[in-house]
Design a protein around this ligand. Sequence first.
Ligand code: ATP
Ligand code: MG
Length: 556
Amino acid sequence: MDNVTEKEVVSKNFIEQIIEKDLEEGYCSQVKTRFPPEPNGYLHIGHAKSILLNYGLAKKYQGQFNLRFDDTNPTKEKTEFVESIMEDIKWLGADWEDRLFFASDYFEEMYEAAVKLIKKGKAFVCDLSAEEIREYRGTLTEPGKNSPYRDRSVEENLQLFENMKNGAYQDGEKVLRAKIDMSSPNINMRDPVIYRVAHMFHHNTKDTWCIYPMYDFAHPIEDAIEHITHSICTLEFEDHRPLYDWVVRELGYPNPPKQIEFAKLFLTNVVTGKRYIKKLVEDGIVDGWDDPRLVSISALRRRGFTKEAIQNFVELVGVSKANSSVDYAMLEYCIREDLKLKAPRMMAVLDPIKLVIDNYPENQSELVEAANNQENEEMGRRMVPFGRELYIEREDFMEEPPKKYFRLFPGNEVRLMHAYFVTCTGCEKDENGNVTVVHCTYDPETKCGSGFTGRKVKGTIHWVPALKAVEAEVRLYENIVDEEKGKLNEDGALNLNPNSLTVLKKCYLEPALAKAEKLDKFQFVRNGYFCVDSKDSMEGRLVFNRIVSLKSSFKL
Ligand code: ATP
Ligand code: MG
């Protein structure tokens, strides 16, 4: 976690410093930022960082935040993704108000911009193939060579570009290139392609266009049209900044936007990067883009993460110029902190075994009182039915315990949480020697809250009443990749953790949980924080996801 220091958390980040200087010096009077997703997949935790950063800056400086779909590449884009992206951004709490834009709405302006460059002698139509263009481009150590088509006249270029637009050529037959400098030390400046022929259907403009602008040309124009002041992007675009500046300068935009780069957010032991997530989805390794083992925003939401936890996490990580990976445990820390005082603390038995209290009268039952959250009295109290037969965790009984085992074993006394002290008297087993029922007796004088102040016991275990328990499926998760063993295998495929999902089909919960609704979150005492699954859970067949265990390996 080398990019989180206390200093960074409290002091202004480098982008805020730039913005404050720009406001002071009059470079702009109002800050305008944007989030420009390409609608070719679902958003992930890295995008959340970008969204909250851009939105947060606009808000902090009383500016505006735009949502703009960067839909200039029709091959991989889908309306499904547009909808999920909007839902995720709203859920995160970023508000674009009425400023929802599509880059494809600017295709006409981009075309006009290209014509303007041609007229200025700053762009030319080139007939080289993609491969030839690559060969002519040179390398980091060698300059490139001019294209033989570089000196076409303005008139010829205008005509050919119009022909491109009118569908006269096949894909790849001709491109429009900026005329900059084939010997520039920056390869991005060596006459980059700015328009290509692509006979493709576009989800927004349909069949109107058969030429499409390249990202490096389109993006600065989009920003300039929307009067973005600070175009914040990730570090891989740093080398593209001279081209960004060239485009807005040559096109003569007044008050051109300024590109600022920051480091991408990476997390250990999970998969960020749309490309990888998409592959897991397409290969059927996960149950869709919202599989709770993923860190897409929809997956985090389904798993039970709250927007507050994600906001805090992003805040803690801070903004930096150096790439590094953040420990996944830090995200877990943030959700635990958020749910600590918010989530009701309930009893749920994940690996049940029956406990019979032999001296508790048959056909008797009673209610015991439990605090909903011991650390937050405001959450009130509830009554839990108690009776002669209960379920407890299988691991809370041992016939022959090791030292320092303070739970049930023959002769030992423990407290049943919110209820009585019980002393273990033995167990029943099946023909294979597996324990099937544990027996005990209780001391009626020890009811919690009855004023009993006598003996002390070392162990407290949780339970649910056997007759009234609610059955549920519980899903436990581990990280999807095991980074200690390497993120990738030798063949370049992801090194997946085979234990990333454990399904417990028959768990027993306190009766109050029967009414739990999708996405409700609870602490199951001793077992962690859990959330009702939003996809598979239904009345009569509850499914819970473990968000996070209670134990933490992370300290702030
Ligand atoms: P991926 O690499 O996951 O495919 P992308 O960069 O291709 O993501 P876009 O839709 O093009 O996805 O990104 C929208 C915005 O989100 C861009 O400004 C991009 O820089 C930013 N972004 C993408 N990934 C991260 C990340 N890991 N951390 C911070 N910002 C990110
Ligand atoms: Mg992209």
